[in-house]
Design a protein around this ligand. Structure first.
Ligand code: DC
Length: 223
């Protein structure tokens, strides 16, 4: 008997620079699924806060910004673009300052609940690979496959340093440690390994090796 293929939901969580974005994008492309980068939504809120001169630790202001903004993902020439209120902001959300603001606004329960339904809607039809911090635990608790991607702090710092060599390696390591503390230590939806997630360590492994491992797990789940 040949098992029918189904379009499953794949949740990929993990700390900053664990490789989840790259792996998620490749896995989605191979399966013909859509890829959703949920960190981009938190970065979008962080960006709007910084632009408005607001303090990202201000829960009320951050919640109002998250509730008031319209986020749309679009695929263009093979890359995922984020539009905020109709304006393409893909190039504006990647900086370290925006990442820090994203991590700060992500602490507020009001911000998280403002973004929750939009994330669920994006996954509603299945055939999706979604990456973030709380996808397997909160956003898609029924995802057919949950992956927790990790790598040693040293390796994550090296990867990030290679992308932005202007910042000394030591400083990059400290920024990552601070981000880990904030994302894993917060009260609402902290980064943690879901009980039913597969733990995948990417330290010392190539992207292709990890992608193949995730694809094999996805096929086991019927993808
Ligand atoms: O994945 P990233 O580094 O682009 O995410 C930026 C920040 O957004 C991250 O430090 C914490 C927050 N985030 C979150 O709290 N929950 C998610 N599902 C995704 C990101």
């Amino acid at each position: 008997m040949i098992a029918a293929q189904v379009r499953i939901a794949i949740a990929i969580d993990g700390p900053a620079s664990s490789g989840k974005g790259t792996v998620a994008r490749f896995v989605a492309a191979r399966l013909g699924y859509s890829y959703v980068d949920t960190g981009a939504l938190y970065r979008g809120v962080g960006l709007l806060m910084l632009r408005a001169g607001l303090d990202p630790t201000d829960a009320g202001a951050a919640t109002r910004v998250a509730l008031g903004a319209r986020f749309d993902f679009e695929w263009r020439e093979g890359s995922l673009r984020l539009k905020i209120d109709g304006v393409d902001e893909t190039g504006s959300i990647r900086g370290e300052d925006v990442g820090r603001a994203a991590s700060a606004v992500a602490v507020h329960p009001g911000v998280r609940s403002a973004l929750l339904q939009a994330q669920r809607d994006l996954a509603a039809r299945g055939g999706v690979v979604m990456d973030g911090r709380d996808i397997g635990t909160v956003v898609l608790p029924n995802a057919q496959l949950k992956i927790y991607l990790d790598a040693s702090l040293e390796e994550r710092a090296r990867r990030r340093h290679a992308e932005a060599p202007g910042v000394p390696l030591d400083a990059v390591r400290q920024q990552l440690e601070a981000r880990d503390r904030q994302d894993s230590g917060r009260e609402t939806a902290p980064l943690r390994l879901a009980d039913d997630a597969e733990f995948v360590d990417t330290t010392g492994r190539s992207v292709e090796e990890v992608v193949q491992q995730v694809l094999a797990l996805a096929r086991d789940r019927g993808a």
